[in-house]
Design a protein around this ligand. Structure first.
Ligand SMILES: [Zn+2]
Length: 342
C-alpha cells in the first residue's frame, strides 16, 4: 500500500483511540530493518508506523557522510517505494528532535515536504516529533504551536513531548534527570491542551509516566500509567468526553505486557519500540557467527566459507527475527488484524 496520506493517518489514529489499541512505531536505520518492519506488520495484518531518529538517519546516509537530513530523505524514499509491495498501511515518522536540532533537522525536512507538495508530489513524512523537553514548558508550547500550524498546513501530524523520557537513546542521556520531570502533571497536560486546541486536534503527545529509553532490569523502572489517566481526566472534566490527548508511549521496550495494556485504556495510540527490535535483529547474527566461527573467519591460512560470510546469509536471519519481534509488538498493542482496507 502507498504510505498513508493525512486523511488516512488521522482515521487510523482515531480508530485506535476509539477501539483501545495502539500502533507500534519502530525505529529503523537501514534497508534491512525497514523491510523487517514491513514483513512483521504484514504477518500481523497490522497497520503501523516506521520512524527514523536523527542518529539513525545520519547512519543511513553513510558512515563518512553522517548527514541526518540526507539519510532521512533516503530512508523515506526507500520505504515509500518498497511499502507499496506490502498489504499494510504505514505512516512515516521522524523521532525525537530537540529544540537545538530544529533548524538542522526538522525544519529542513518540513521544507522538503513543502517543496514536494508545490510540485504535486507526496509528503516526505506523515508525522514529525518535536521534543521540547530540554526547554521550559512555555517555550516548548510556543514552538509547538507554531510547528502545529505549519504541519496542519502541510497535512502532517505533529508529536510533542511534555516531561522527560528517562534513560539513554541516540546519544541523548537523560539518566540523571530529576525524578519529578519523569512524570507529567495533569496541570501541564491541561496547559498544553489549551495551547493547541484552537489550532488542530490532529496531533499526538508524549506525556511521561516514568518511562525510559533502553531496557533495564526489573525493578529499576517505576512506570505509573495512571499519570496518563489523571491527565485524561483533567482534560475531559473541563472540555467533555473525548477531548483529551492521544498519547505516545516512549521507551516501550522492556515494559511488561500488563503495563502496556493498561495504557491502551488511557488513550495511548502509538508506542515506540527500538531497543527490543535492535536485540531481535542482532541475536541471530551472534548465533550465526558462533556456529560458523571457522567459516566467517580465515583461520590459519584457510579461506573461510563464502556462503556464511556473505552478509546476506546472516542479514536474512536478522530480518526474520526482527519481523517476529514486530509481530509480537502488534500482539502486545492489540493491533493484530487492525489493517484498514481504505
Ligand atoms: Zn522516545
Amino acid at each position: 500500500m502507498p504510505i498513508v496520506n493525512y486523511d488516512r493517518y488521522c482515521k487510523m489514529l482515531n480508530r485506535a483511540y476509539e477501539n483501545g489499541y495502539a500502533y507500534p512505531a519502530f525505529n529503523v536505520s537501514n534497508m534491512e530493518t525497514a523491510s523487517a518492519v514491513l514483513m512483521g506488520l504484514e504477518k500481523a495484518n497490522s497497520d503501523g508506523i516506521i520512524q527514523i531518529s536523527i542518529g539513525g538517519a545520519a547512519h543511513a546516509s553513510g558512515a563518512n557522510i553522517g548527514d541526518s537530513v540526507l539519510g532521512a530523505i533516503l530512508l523515506s524514499d526507500y520505504i515509500r517505494v518498497v511499502a507499496d509491495r506490502y498489504n499494510v498501511n504505514v505512516a512515516l515518522h521522524t523521532d525525537h528532535c530537540r529544540s537545538s536540532d530544529l533548524n538542522s533537522y526538522l525544519i529542513p525536512l518540513i521544507e522538503e515536504t513543502e517543496r514536494r507538495r508545490k510540485k504535486g508530489l507526496n509528503n516526505l513524512f506523515s508525522s514529525h516529533m518535536f521534543d521540547g523537553s530540554d526547554i521550559s514548558l512555555d517555550e516548548n508550547l510556543n514552538i509547538s504551536k507554531e510547528l502545529l500550524a505549519r504541519c496542519v498546513e502541510n497535512e502532517i501530524i505533529l508529536e510533542i513531548e511534555i516531561g522527560v523520557v528517562g534513560g539513554e537513546e541516540d546519544g541523548v542521556n537523560n539518566e540523571n534527570v530529576k525524578n519529578s520531570k519523569l512524570y507529567s502533571t495533569p496541570e501541564d497536560m491541561l496547559k498544553a491542551y489549551e495551547a493547541l486546541k484552537d489550532i488542530s486536534s490532529n496531533y499526538i503527545v508524549a506525556a511521561t509516566f516514568g518511562n525510559v529509553h533502553g531496557v533495564y532490569k526489573p525493578g529499576n523502572v517505576k512506570l505509573k500509567p495512571k499519570v496518563l489517566l489523571e491527565g485524561k481526566n483533567a482534560m475531559e472534566n473541563k472540555y467533555g468526553k473525548g477531548n483529551a490527548f492521544k498519547f505516545v508511549f516512549h521507551g516501550g521496550s522492556g515494559s511488561s505486557k500488563e503495563e502496556i495494556k493498561e495504557t491502551l485504556n488511557y488513550g495511548v495510540v502509538k508506542m515506540n519500540i527500538d531497543t527490543d527490535t535492535q536485540y531481535a535483529f542482532t541475536r541471530p547474527i551472534v548465533d550465526h557467527m558462533f556456529k560458523n566461527y571457522d567459516g566467517v573467519l580465515k583461520v590459519e591460512g584457510e579461506v573461510g566459507i563464502k556462503s556464511v560470510y556473505d552478509p546476506r546469509s546472516y542479514l536474512k536471519k536478522a530480518q526474520e527475527s526482527m519481523a517476529q519481534r514486530v509481530f509480537e509488538a502488534c500482539e502486545d498493542l492489540n493491533s493484530v488484524n487492525s489493517h484498514i482496507d481504505f
